[in-house]
Design a protein around this ligand. Structure first.
Ligand code: AKB
Length: 316
């Protein structure tokens, strides 16, 4: 059977880049991008889908004979705290809708993005293991723990082949993140390239696990393409890239922009970051489906600066 993929949340930070990567890999006509509205630069097949509406998901799955779903729609950690019940409702309901449609319409594989936000005070902060105790401090984190368990439930009870990774903060030049605690690590590059002062909402030494977008997209496709018997973890895999603090990223940026100015004004996002791991142990992912990140902080910095310089030259 031909691979036909539905991407839900195709306009988001990951969705935009993943949709393009999947189009390149499987053919533009085999990828159905979907979101609440069509993105300005969206290319290929697009369907308006509100994932709160299970009938609409089903309609699109049936119409396009979908064999795989990547469900990326969610409200992230910082924005989620503004309206916890709405966040819970959206994050959990949309995911259950996707799982139900996958079960009833025999969708072959489903991808679920989890997050380092699943960890809380009960987990060790350095090299946090895959099976650490999960007591998240944000509603986003609680919804992701719940989502991971539903993923495993649908796999064990109904045989739906759900695969998941716990994304660290994702740094990319193609799209902006929206409402996360790790967003500063994208914004900072924009400010550096524009020669503007950056005000950081985390403390200078607040280290967090991070990953470059190309690594994150590659991991997503690799876990989905791995043989089913290799996927031993059916909740979600820790995914490591690198780990750094705002102070460390600033030091790298100053190699290229020695005059770059930064103020630190920690806000509620610092409290969120303090409950998250500083670094991640991803040995299960490395063992089961040969995960290996390629980008370190310096190669991320060089790539971000070069790509953003080009983007701004085009638009300024
Ligand atoms: C966030 O900061 O909320 C996200 C995440 C780590 O899941 N980037």
């Amino acid at each position: 059977m031909e691979t036909k993929i539905l991407v839900i949340g195709a306009n988001g930070q990951v969705g935009r880049v993943l949709t393009k990567a999947l189009q390149d890999r499987y053919g533009i006509e085999n990828i159905i991008a979907s979101d609440l509205q069509k993105g300005e630069d969206s290319e290929g097949v697009f369907e308006v889908v509100d994932a709160m509406n299970i009938d609409r998901i089903k309609e699109v799955v049936v119409k396009h004979r979908i064999t795989q779903i990547y469900h990326l729609a969610a409200i992230l950690s910082a924005r989620g705290e503004e309206n916890p019940l709405k966040t819970w409702n959206i994050n959990v309901k949309t995911w259950l809708n996707v799982l139900e449609v996958a079960r009833t319409e025999q969708v072959k594989k489903v991808f679920y993005p989890s997050s380092i936000a699943v960890f809380g005070r009960g987990a060790s902060k350095n090299n946090t293991p895959n099976d650490a105790y999960l007591d998240p401090s944000t509603v986003y984190g609680i919804s992701k723990v719940d989502g991971e368990n539903w993923a495993q439930y649908y796999y064990l009870k109904y045989g739906v082949d759900v695969r998941s990774i716990r994304y660290p903060g994702i740094i990319g030049y193609q799209s902006l993140p929206g409402g996360g605690t790790t967003d500063y690590a994208v914004d900072i590059y924009h400010k550096a390239v524009l020669n503007e002062t950056f005000t950081c909402f985390l403390k200078e030494d607040a280290a967090l696990p991070m990953i470059f977008i190309d690594d994150a997209i590659r991991a997503t496709i690799e876990v989905m393409e791995a043989p089913a018997e290799n996927i031993k973890v059916r909740t979600s895999y820790n995914l490591g890239g690198i780990s750094f603090s705002p102070g460390e990223i600033v030091a790298e940026i100053r190699e290229l922009y020695p005059e770059f100015k930064v103020n630190y004004k920690p806000d509620f996002r610092q409290d969120i970051a303090e409950n998250w791991p500083k670094s991640i142990d991803d040995s299960e992912a490395r063992m089961d489906w040969s995960w290996k990140p390629k980008y370190d902080l310096w190669s991320i910095t060089e790539t971000m600066v070069n790509k953003l310089k080009k983007q701004y030259e085009l638009t300024i």
